[in-house]
Design a protein. Structure first.
Length: 242
């Protein structure tokens, strides 16, 4: 198995390209249209008069939401129930600091998480890198923190092949059928499209892209289909770093 790792990040001015986790609070009521002088790429219900690329807090405090129970969610993963236990301590801390009850919401998809915040049913969330821009523009996400460590922030993009594959470097993918994860996935689609160009390979031009739908599908598909067709997958590390 070949493991090609990349560690890069881009600023908010472009996209949250390699940020591992952005915690957001975006439960704002729609901005009044005639008061909005700048909206940028935001949905019509939001305004960005201060031009910081995210939805403004309504100037009228009566439009602020003050839920009795805060709903927290983490980015959809292969087994959402695992992360509910992981964040128990964090939710208790959030409850202590806010004085509010905190409830877990296990989102089944990126779209479900974005829609939950857009509708006001989700108040605080850890979201994946890829859908951050969609959340900001469509649901009023306001990123305020990012997961990091002593060496900074970011994570790895891994190119995974079957152990018997003849793909030993990125250029070997030319002319092959390669599975990315989903169009909105950063490590599973957006990052390869941005980074592979520097390595002499352009997705959809030098190799055919098919979407597996989920990260675990990519891993299992590479294992099973690799035995038959030499299918290969773009994948990010799991929560344990593997």
């Amino acid at each position: 198995m070949l493991n090609l790792s990349f560690f890069r990040w881009m600023s908010l001015a472009g996209i949250f390209a390699m940020a591992l986790l952005a915690l957001v609070a975006g439960s704002f009521s729609p901005a009044v249209a005639d008061e909005c002088k700048n909206r940028g790429d935001l949905d019509a219900r939001y305004c960005d008069n201060d031009r910081d690329l995210v939805a403004d807090t309504p100037t009228d405090a009566s439009k602020w939401l003050d839920p009795g129970t805060l709903v927290f969610s983490y980015t959809p993963v292969e087994d959402p129930s695992v992360y509910e236990n992981v964040f128990t301590e964090f939710m208790a801390y959030l409850a202590e600091k806010t004085g509010k009850k905190v409830k877990w919401y296990g989102a089944e998809s990126y779209a479900a998480q974005v829609e939950a915040m857009r509708s006001g049913r989700l108040h605080v969330a850890g979201i994946s890198t890829g859908p951050t821009c969609f959340g900001v523009n469509l649901a009023g996400y306001v990123p305020f923190a990012i997961m990091s460590g002593p060496k900074g922030f970011g994570y790895k993009l891994q190119l995974i092949t079957h152990k018997d594959s003849d793909i030993m470097k990125v250029s070997d993918m030319k002319g092959r059928n390669i599975a990315h994860v989903t169009p909105s996935s950063n490590s599973g689609n957006q990052a390869p499209r941005a980074l592979f160009k520097d390595l002499g390979v352009v997705p959809d031009q030098d190799y055919k892209v098919a979407y597996s739908g989920k990260h675990d599908n990519s891993i299992m598909g590479g294992r099973q289909q690799g035995l038959r067709r030499g299918a290969h997958r773009i994948q990010r590390p799991g929560p344990d770093g593997r």
